[in-house]
Design a protein around this ligand. Structure first.
Ligand code: AHR
Length: 499
């Protein structure tokens, strides 16, 4: 059998994990909000119209933060349309996704939903068609206690207490020519800085995310981050990264290696942040908010056929397969390996739209990608250990020689557990893995869950929701202070060790 080895040491630590690395995203897009989280009249609806079955799954995921309301949507959005009496809210043309927005859910309802879901709101402001003034008014409406125009308006709308939103995105993908109000790096950097100054002046407790590149292959990647940060380094806290991977070339070996690109992207953006830090002679460190990441391609062709200007169309409804779940597992491993700089990340998105949770009029179910996201978030807590991986390799068209095994080890100091997350990308062979446990030598195996399927394209559906799920695996044991296990061919694994 092929062999891999992992080296860890309790004292060699990357960073304590910021739980917000397990965040997600809900945009006014397709059936994410309407029919996804909100469906008045449905047998699943609560007294406010929120779907209880969706809420239950979101609570199970323990999502720490949800980005809202977009995405491309936010760059044409008037937040005022979504507050106040519902019957007075305008129906608007929504240009980003060519639909009609009814505004029956706005920021107040979403804040209520977030409370019910046990999560925090990460609010994006429109820097496409709007600017400093509207962003300031929105913050005033959300976070100021009382006695000013917009705080009193919120109270008039039935929200006595401020929402206290702590995390704010300064626009969305402003580098992208598809963005409403797309800007050059100079234009955006200036606007981001001026907006940031005003927002922090109003509420110094908030944190701000500036837009980085929409992916690492954007022609402006690199210079965009450097220019934007040269303008707003002192007034923002994070820079964003987005990436989606597709399978258009039908090459599984390259597809499963896409987290190599993610890894380079994170490393490059980290270096650019530190380059600007040096230019500025600054003591401040800008961290990374990977606030859109996922696999996205299944729905592409069918979305092209959708009629325009309808309400809640079935847009971006990717049905995820087993190989997508493997890549999602590897992307999570990659971000954890960079937990010293990636402090926030949002799986895009959460419900119906390129999402781990799907709904219909008759129920809600978990897609394949739900499982690595859920279990990594649930057990990947505490401190990321430096995880040295010696792995057999394979050849890819896209990335050359890559490791068959992705791995990260996390020490959960509260639960006193070491948790190993590992993906074996070898399509044909199992791989033996040994980890000398050093200071954890007296730990035993609590649980080894493995997600496997013969068919890389197997999916979960409403009719067959448990086709691809993780299952207990008997491959792991600790002998003489060393974990010995087998990672079955094409599998995602989580091994928990404790006393
Ligand atoms: O998540 C779907 C879309 O992808 C978002 O609206 C946009 O920001 C990105 O291009």
């Amino acid at each position: 059998m092929k062999q891999a080895k992992v080296i860890i040491d309790k004292d060699f630590q990357v960073s304590r994990i910021d739980r917000r690395i397990y965040g997600s995203f809900i945009e006014h897009l397709g059936r994410a909000v309407y029919d996804g989280i909100y469906q008045p009249g449905s047998p699943f609806a609560d007294e406010q119209g929120f779907r209880k079955d969706t809420l239950e799954l979101v609570r199970e995921l323990e999502v720490p933060v949800v980005r809202y309301p977009g995405g491309n949507f936010v760059s044409g959005y008037k937040w005022e349309d979504g507050v106040g009496p519902k019957e007075e809210r305008p129906k608007r043309i929504e240009l980003a996704w060519t639909v009609v927005e009814t505004n029956q859910v706005g920021l107040n309802e979403f804040s209520d939903w977030a409370k019910k879901a046990g999560t925090e709101v990460m609010m994006a402001v429109n820097l496409g068609t709007r600017g400093v003034a509207e962003a300031m008014e929105l913050l005033e409406y959300c976070n100021l206690d009382q006695g000013t125009h917009y705080s009193e308006l919120r109270k008039k709308h039935g929200y006595e207490k401020p929402h206290g939103i702590k995390l704010w995105c300064l626009g969305n993908e402003m580098d992208g020519p598809w963005q409403i109000g797309h800007k050059t790096a100079e234009e955006y950097g200036r606007l981001a800085n001026e907006t940031a100054k005003v927002l922090k002046g109003l509420d110094p407790t908030i944190e701000l995310v500036a837009c980085g590149s929409s992916n690492s292959h954007m022609p402006t990647f690199g210079s965009w981050e450097a220019t934007v940060l040269e303008h707003c380094y002192d007034s923002v806290d994070y820079i964003s990264l987005h990436t989606y991977y597709d399978f258009h070339d039908r090459d599984t070996r390259s597809f499963l290696a896409n987290n190599v690109d993610m890894d380079r992207f994170i490393t490059d953006v980290t270096h650019i942040c530190d380059y600007v830090k040096a230019l500025k002679h600054s003591d401040k460190t800008i961290n990374l908010s990977f606030d859109e990441w996922n696999v996205w391609y299944h729905s592409g062709e069918q979305d092209k056929k959708l009629p325009r200007w309808t309400q809640k169309p079935h847009q971006l409804e990717d049905v995820y397969d087993f190989q997508d779940a493997l890549l999602v597992g590897s992307m999570l491993i990659t971000m954890l390996r960079h937990a010293d700089r990636v402090k926030i990340a949002c799986l895009a998105q959460l419900v119906n739209v390129i999402a781990p949770i799907m709904t219909s009029d008759t129920g809600a179910w978990r897609q394949t990608t739900y499982y690595p996201y859920w279990l990594t978030g649930k057990y990947g807590r505490g401190i990321v250990l430096q995880t040295l991986v010696e792995s057999p390799t394979y050849e890819t068209k896209k990335y050359g020689t890559v490791n068959c095994v992705d791995c990260v080890c996390v020490y959960n100091d509260e639960a006193d557990e070491v948790v190993v997350f590992a993906v074996n990308k070898d399509l044909d062979e199992d791989i033996g893995l040994t980890i000398p446990l050093r200071q954890f030598g007296d730990y035993r195996v609590i649980e080894h869950l493995s997600m496997e399927h013969e068919d890389l394209f197997a999916v979960n559906t409403e009719a067959d929701p448990n086709n691809v799920v993780p299952a207990p695996c008997g491959n792991s044991r600790v002998e003489d202070g060393t974990l010995r296990t087998t990672l079955n061919k094409k599998s995602w694994n989580m091994i928990r060790l404790g006393k």
